[in-house]
Design a protein around this ligand. Structure first.
Ligand code: BGC
Length: 383
């Protein structure tokens, strides 16, 4: 958030500088008749000074506004229960840290009132944690389910206890989401539409000099390293990355497709297996996330292949290491899965529930394509 504020302040500063320049252009013209060019320059310098100050003030106001967004709502005594499907997940670790930071620093929740549990990839364990949260009387729950298919039972339990639920990252099915709206249940989902990230991955391949057909045989031969299919993100990214190619009229050949469960070590092993089986025939490595792409890169380098020369590699998430690889030409591209905006949205929506407001059943945040062109910018923003 700090960085977003920073980006906002910079954005504001340049917008203001532009409009002030335009204004001062006008006023300088009038004064120009009476004053010298030197005076006009002085005016511009002063205008810029004012702009910087105003931008700074604007950034401060933004922080205040965030707090005001909670209205009269006093977060200091509110208890929040959070369960993450497993702590041992690179992306969800970034998300979890940002969520906690935003709740405490920007919304005024007390750190000791926020309990975050590790679901350890075990739905039974996570369901127990949720039962305990309910018994202990939390006011709101933010849940990253191990199995999204458990949403109906969990939602019913929370609803009976009068506790609103914000599901994140692993989307329950549409039928369940429709039920919340139809029955007025205080449950909602915050995430990203993974079809968009898959499409962006495919586009990144199409945008390469040979459109993904490195050996010029008229077809794009790819391997697909999938995430855990329990998360719809894995299914959609798999489908839509290839769909972007076929929609562009390309012929494709799937050489290999295996689930790597979002895990770097599995990504490495599977890519190594695929390269052993299919060697130079592999032109594109699609990974459903960056952790697996980092593993794939290790296997690619160990096999003596060179990304962007004789093989392409794309991931999703924009982990710092992956964005650096894009910048260094070791990955063709990635897609920013905006954990900052998702964490903010999940927390803001939890507050809306607590204030008795109506909330839409589905709340989506946009993905951003990351290529060599904007990798530095994304990296700076992530720091
Ligand atoms: C991310 C993965 C992460 C998964 C966890 C996905 O949206 O891209 O990196 O492992 O969520 O469910």
């Amino acid at each position: 958030m700090k960085l977003l504020k920073k980006v906002m302040a910079v954005g504001l500063a340049s917008t203001m500088a532009l409009s002030m320049a335009a204004c001062s252009g006008g006023s300088t013209e009038t004064t120009a008749a009476e004053t010298t060019t030197a005076k006009a320059e002085e005016t511009t310098a002063k205008a810029e000074e004012t702009t910087a100050k105003e931008a700074e003030e604007a950034a401060e106001t933004t922080a205040e506004e965030v707090k005001e967004a909670a209205g009269d709502f006093d977060a200091s005594n509110v208890k929040v229960g959070i369960s993450i499907y497993k702590f041992d997940d690179n992306f969800m670790t970034l998300y979890r840290n940002e969520l906690e930071r935003y709740l405490v620093e920007d919304l005024g929740f007390k750190a000791e009132n926020i309990t975050i549990q590790d679901g350890k990839g075990d739905q039974a364990e996570q369901s127990n944690q949720i039962d305990n949260f309910i018994t202990s009387g939390v006011d709101v729950l933010i849940l990253n389910l191990v199995q999204a298919s458990s949403a109906p039972q969990i939602t019913d339990k929370c609803n009976e206890a009068g506790i609103p639920v914000v599901y994140i990252n692993r989307e329950p099915d549409v039928e369940e989401e429709d039920r919340w709206a139809a029955e007025g249940i205080k449950a909602t989902y915050v995430g990203c539409d993974a079809r968009q990230s898959g499409t962006f991955q495919g586009e990144e391949i199409l945008e390469t000099s040979n459109g993904g057909d490195i050996n010029g045989d008229g077809k794009i031969s790819y391997i697909m390293i999938q995430g855990d299919p329990e998360n719809v993100d894995a299914q959609y990214r798999t489908e839509f990355s290839v769909k972007a190619l076929t929609d562009a009229g390309k012929e494709v050949e799937e050489l290999f497709m295996q689930r790597g469960d979002w895990d770097q070590a599995k990504g490495q092993q599977l890519t190594q297996d695929a390269l052993t089986l299919f060697g130079d025939d592999v032109e594109v490595v699609f990974c459903n996330n960056d952790a697996m792409a980092l593993g794939a890169l290790q296997a690619i380098e160990a096999a003596g292949r060179t990304v962007n020369e004789d093989i392409y590699l794309v991931g999703v998430d924009a982990l710092t290491e992956a964005v650096q690889n894009v910048l260094d030409g070791k990955m063709t591209g990635t897609v920013f899965n905006d954990h900052i905006a998702q964490a903010k949205s999940a927390a803001d929506i939890a507050v809306q529930f607590l204030q008795g407001e109506d909330v839409a059943p589905v709340n989506m945040v946009d993905y951003t394509k990351v290529t060599t062109e904007n990798a530095q910018e994304v990296l700076d923003a992530l720091k």
